[in-house]
Design a protein around this ligand. Structure first.
Ligand SMILES: Cc1cc2nc3c(=O)[nH]c(=O)nc-3n(C[C@H](O)[C@H](O)[C@H](O)COP(=O)(O)OP(=O)(O)OC[C@H]3O[C@@H](n4cnc5c(N)ncnc54)[C@H](O)[C@@H]3O)c2cc1C
Length: 307
């Protein structure tokens, strides 16, 4: 059921133009797919995050946090509840402290990853090259433990400031946080407000060269010119998901306007007007075929939300 007029009015009164209703989420996901969310809200400071999360809890409504939607598939009928997005506020980052060759850098949850990677390179801080070309936000990166062959963000995280589903803000340190391949122990309903990363001072030229190499590699390997979701499946232990998809004969397979990329078989591209339904059918089909051909059950990396 959608939000009642009374609840909408209440939210409007508290958050003014930081709240919008019945917003199609295809504008907010990299694959350009997804039905409307009842409500999208852009808090600009920690108090507002606490306020909205507490309000959501009081009203017993569902919610989730959307970053840049670069690993999220929203279903065609959208999401009944509140979507919290940090990309309008929460865009600051700064050098927090330094000691010899080590620097500690703070970045808020809504910071676009590539803006942050560029800043680190310009400052001569090494470590974030591992995120070169990874779309999304710092909050999304931490939640997902984003990374590349060079490493994962979790290896750099010293602290994360998190608002839990009761609206309580706490700083989790290294010991509290557990990162695994493309996942963390941060609960789904929590909001990553800020993180503290430990980096090193490095040689600018070397940092630039590494970033350039990563971008070149990605451009050659990934269908970045078309809307997509990034890697759809996690790599099973000691295997590459794209190789399994290929082995199962699924490269290039199409359902509606969604297609397994010819360039990278772990990517599903939107050829224009794809529906979430098409993508979900493709995912199911690939999983079945891979299981049949190799005996391996693929697990999705992408987050699927809505109805
Ligand atoms: C072309 C392309 C290439 C990609 N390459 C890579 C790659 O090399 N390596 C890699 O790891 N990933 C890659 N991805 C996937 C994606 O970029 C990462 O998973 C990224 O971390 C997602 O960030 P986001 O802000 O877009 O998150 P979203 O897609 O918006 O959300 C993903 C999940 O994170 C949660 N989340 C988002 N923000 C927050 C927050 N502030 N607090 C709490 N939870 C939050 C959401 O609830 C959701 O569960 C790629 C995607 C694309 C489209």
């Amino acid at each position: 059921m959608s939000l009642s007029t009374t609840l909408k009015e209440e939210l409007k009164k508290i958050f003014g133009d930081k709240v919008a209703f019945d917003i199609p989420l295809n504008q907010y996901t990299s694959v350009r797919v997804g039905g409307p969310a009842d409500c999208l809200i852009w808090p600009e400071n920690e108090e507002e995050v606490t306020q909205i999360v507490t309000w959501i809890k009081d009203k017993k409504l569902p919610h989730f946090v959307l970053g840049k939607g670069s690993n999220t598939l929203v279903k065609d009928n959208g999401f009944r509840g509140i979507v919290i997005n940090l990309t309008k506020g929460f865009r600051n980052f700064k050098l927090e402290k330094e000691n010899g060759h080590t620097v500690w850098v703070k970045a808020q949850g809504g910071v676009p990853t590539q803006q942050f990677v560029r800043w680190c390179a310009d400052e001569g801080f090494t470590g974030t090259e591992r995120l070169a070309g990874v779309p999304g936000t710092i909050g999304g990166n931490v939640y997902m433990n984003a990374g590349t062959h060079l490493g994962e963000i979790g290896e750099l995280v010293e602290e994360a400031k998190i608002c839990d589903s009761k609206g309580k803000i706490q700083t989790w340190n290294k010991q509290d946080l557990q990162f695994e391949y493309r996942s963390s122990n941060i609960p789904y309903t929590s909001v990553v407000l800020e993180t503290l990363l430990k980096l090193q001072k490095g040689e600018r030229q070397k940092i630039e060269e590494t970033i350039k190499e990563v971008f070149e590699k990605r451009g050659l390997a990934q269908p970045v010119e078309l809307p997509n979701l990034g890697s759809v499946f996690k790599n099973p232990p000691k295997k590459k998901a794209w190789e399994l998809v290929e082995e199962a004969g699924c490269r290039g397979v199409r359902v509606g306007k969604a297609r397994i990329s010819e360039k990278h078989a772990n990517f599903i591209i939107n050829e224009g007007g794809a529906k979430a339904k098409d993508i979900l059918i493709l995912i199911g089909m690939v999983k079945d075929k891979v299981k049949e051909a190799t005996g391996i059950t693929l697990e999705t990396e992408i987050k699927i939300i809505g109805e």
